[in-house]
Structure formats: structure tokens, C-alpha cells
Ligand binder design. Sequence first.
Ligand SMILES: NC(=O)C1=CN([C@@H]2O[C@H](COP(=O)(O)OP(=O)(O)OC[C@H]3O[C@@H](n4cnc5c(N)ncnc54)[C@H](OP(=O)(O)O)[C@@H]3O)[C@@H](O)[C@H]2O)C=CC1
Ligand SMILES: O=C1CO[C@H](CO)[C@@H](O)[C@@H]1O
Length: 311
Amino acid sequence: MIIINNVIIRNPYTQVTAGLYKAREGDAVQAVKAALDAGYRHIDTAYLYGNEKEVGRAIRDKIAEGVIRREDVFVTTKLWNTFHDPKHVEEAFNRSMANLDIGYIDLYLMHCPVSFKFSGWQAQKSDPVEFTEVDIVDTYRAMEKLLETGKVKSIGVSNFNSEQITRIVNECKVRPVTNQVECNPTLNQRKLIEFCRKLGIAITAYSPLGRPNQSSGNENKSAIDDPRVLEIAKKYNKSPGQIILRYLLDIGTIPIPKSANPDRLRQNIDLFDFKLSAEEIKTMDGFNTGKRIVDISYLENHKYFPFHIDF
Ligand SMILES: NC(=O)C1=CN([C@@H]2O[C@H](COP(=O)(O)OP(=O)(O)OC[C@H]3O[C@@H](n4cnc5c(N)ncnc54)[C@H](OP(=O)(O)O)[C@@H]3O)[C@@H](O)[C@H]2O)C=CC1
Ligand SMILES: O=C1CO[C@H](CO)[C@@H](O)[C@@H]1O
């Protein structure tokens, strides 16, 4: 157990979260219930995903069934890019609170450092996207104020680079508990992990499996089908996905795989009876290209686009 900013995070490096991007409506209720039944206690959603109501319903049902208590589950949601203006932050947060309806939110993240023009309370990317240049520090300070309400237990960021983290650490009062970024064998984020570790900021690994079965729109693809991963998987009698997730735990991150399939959901949390050897970690490190699978290059002309620098 460690304590960051007075928030107790139980074994943050050994948590696996049910990620929920693209899990919608009825599916999302079922996915969250299945995840809670399988033993997941950390749920990652976002205003953008449009499924906060379903997440809340599933959690309330499982509390009513006696499967969990509210304090057993750690729920993360995110401030969308259209709500960065400090005058919108509290209302955006209150909307997530009302959607989830679970008393409080454990972690509220700034989804991305880039800000879009406010275009009403629906969460969507307008096409073309209209940028604004709200300073990340101003948005973060408005998020800090939310902590005073007691309705959120901790705050953090997502898709931030090391320079942006440095600004938040130097100019704001509350250190982010985590930076949620793409992290998988092909983008292993070793430098950012180390940089954040020194500041006591955990790295949450999104798209940890590298979105297998989905074209990334560029040449990058998941390492999941590579024979080297298959060979390690055979040795431990695990699946390739489990080897990737174990690697991400071993390098000190909190992976948040998404699965709507009950078997894979169970697999993705069944990671705690083995560890990779130093040699195997080296093999897994060999997949790093530093290139992204999740393509957000449509944001690259924004002042706060985070991925122009090495890390
Ligand atoms: N902060 C941010 O900007 C972002 C955050 N995220 C978060 O990260 C979560 C996960 O990332 P995501 O982009 O979904 O990518 P993942 O790397 O988790 O890939 C999800 C895909 O992997 C498949 N899968 C799951 N488990 C296995 C397994 N054991 N073996 C083989 N295939 C498997 C799933 O299919 P199936 O469902 O059929 O099992 C699904 O198609 C999101 O749900 C979201 O919560 C993601 C992107 C950006
Ligand atoms: O959280 C997210 C899920 O993935 C999307 C891209 O495919 C991202 O844009 C978004 O930030």
C-alpha cells in the first residue's frame, strides 16, 4: 500500500483495470458486472466514452447484491477536452458524478492536455475539431478545487509528456497521482515511467495489449502474435495477452486492458502466479519502437500536443 497525496492506493502496481472505451449501454453494464465478478476492483471510464451511467448502474447493482462495498472499488473517469475552460470544469465533473451516481469518484483525470472549443455538454469530437488554447495549469487548478468538495478523492492527468508534468508539479499544489498514457511492448515508455516514478506519479498503461484485431491506421501493430511472445506464453502456460500484461506489471505500470469477452476478462487478471525473468523482460523490451498504436496525430497542430518530444 502506498499513500500519494493522502489517497491510499492499494498496491497500485498490481492493479489491472477493466478499460471501457467502446463498451456501450447494455454491453457496458454487463462488462462491468462481469469484471467485478471476476475480481476487478478498478474501473476506467471517461465522459467521452458515453457509458458512465452504465458503469454506475453495474456498481450499484453489485453493491446491492452484496458482492462489493463502495470502498472496495476504485473508479476513474476523465474530463473531456471540450471542458478545459476553468468555468466548465465543475459542471463537467458534476455531470460525471450524476452519471455515475456512486457517492464519490476515486480519480478524475484530465483526458488530454489539448483543449477543444466548448460545444455543449455532449461529449464528442467535432469534425473538424476546433482547438482552443486553455492553459493546462488553469484547467488543473480548477480540478484541484474539486478535491475540496470531497466528491473526488484524487486527480491526475492523461496523455501528458514530461515537460507538461513538470509544469503541473512546479505550478500547482497537488501532484497528479497518475499519468495515463499508451504503454505496451511497442511503446514501452521506459523513460516516462522512470521520470514519473521519481516524482511519485504512477503510470497507467492504456491500450496495453496494443489493440489487437484493430488496424491502427499506421504501420504499428500489437506484439501479441509474435513468436517470441508465444514462446514465453507456452513456458508459463499462459496466453500471449497475459505475457504482455505481466510485462507491463513487471516494468511498474498499471495496465488497463479492455475486454468484453468473459474468458479474456478472466485471463487478463490472472497474472499474479508468475513473473517474467530478466532475460524475458529484455526480450519484451526488444519490441519497443517508440511508435504509437493509438493515433492522435489529428491533434498535432495544437499548442499542447504532447508527442513532439521524446517522452
Ligand atoms: N486515456 C486515454 O486517452 C485512453 C484510454 N484508454 C483506456 O484503455 C483501455 C484499454 O485500451 P484499448 O484501446 O481498448 O486497447 P487494449 O490494448 O486493451 O485492446 C483491447 C482489444 O484487445 C482484445 N483483447 C483483450 N484481452 C485480450 C487477450 N487476453 N488476448 C487477445 N486479445 C485481447 C479486446 O477484444 P475482446 O473485447 O473481444 O476481448 C479488444 O479488441 C480503454 O478501454 C480505455 O479505458 C484507451 C485509449 C486512450
Ligand atoms: O480514451 C480514448 C480512447 O481512444 C481514443 C482513440 O481511439 C482516444 O481518442 C480517446 O482519448
